[in-house]
Design a protein around this ligand. Structure first.
Ligand code: HEC
Length: 194
């Protein structure tokens, strides 16, 4: 996993998502004065859709892959992203997927926490934190309570890091306590192994 500095420029995903929309592709080409056939536009849109799905499954040079996402989850995610990107074909309400608590926790752990935290390795002992080591996911259920996790994730620096001048981890206010507890339960029930 990547550590520390972000790449100089991470492109917005909005344009890539718009590249899956036949309506938007046609509009863009027409605005340039390019004559377009419906079949050609449909082909471009299908290619854009495939690129999005491939990217999610396999990742990119810097972006991690999300192979654990199941078909209906990918559909729901792409529908949401298309709504964000103003894709006219993505009308109607969000797609809903039935998820168990463990699965919600798994999404959170794999989709968010694991971007920075390795699965296994040292926890947040004094020396490790002094050295700037990011504690492993496996250490959370061993060293923390669900409340510790909620505090850290929603409100930021706690205990040790707070005393040492504040944490570097961003806070995630949009996550609910239930979601964070789900992540905790997921890690406790399915501890990552080396
Ligand atoms: C953008 C990178 C990043 C993401 C994403 C991230 N963390 Fe962290 N986390 C850190 C860093 C850096 C530290 C060590 C410094 C600090 O405490 O801020 C840390 C520390 C922690 C600690 C130890 C706190 C302590 O004082 O012992 C916990 C617990 C934690 N993270 C939980 C999580 C959980 C749960 C998630 C997913 C919801 C998550 N983190 C997502 C970067 C991240």
């Amino acid at each position: 996993m990547r550590r520390g500095s972000a790449p100089p420029e991470i492109p917005s995903y909005l344009d890539a998502v718009r590249g899956s929309s036949a309506t938007l592709i046609r509009k863009r080409l027409e605005a340039r004065g390019t004559p377009v056939g419906a079949a050609f536009v449909a082909e471009l849109a299908a290619g854009g859709e495939k690129d999005l799905r491939d990217r999610l499954e396999h990742g990119g040079k810097q972006m991690p892959a999300f192979p654990h996402l199941a078909g209906p989850e990918v559909d729901a995610l792409l529908h949401y992203l298309k709504q964000q990107a103003g894709v006219p074909e993505a009308t109607g309400p969000d797609l809903e997927v039935d998820e168990s608590v463990a699965r919600v926790g798994e999404h959170l752990v794999k989709g968010t926490c694991h971007v920075c935290h390795d699965a296994t390795g040292p926890g947040s002992g004094h020396m490790m934190m002094m050295r700037g080591t990011i504690p492993s996911l496996a250490s959370f259920p061993e060293e923390k309570s669900p409340d510790d996790l909620i505090r850290k994730v929603r409100y930021g620096a706690s205990g040790m890091m707070g005393m040492m001048g504040g944490g570097r981890m961003p806070t995630f206010r949009y996550l609910t306590e239930e979601e964070i507890v789900a992540a905790y339960l997921y890690l406790a029930n399915y501890p990552p192994r080396p």
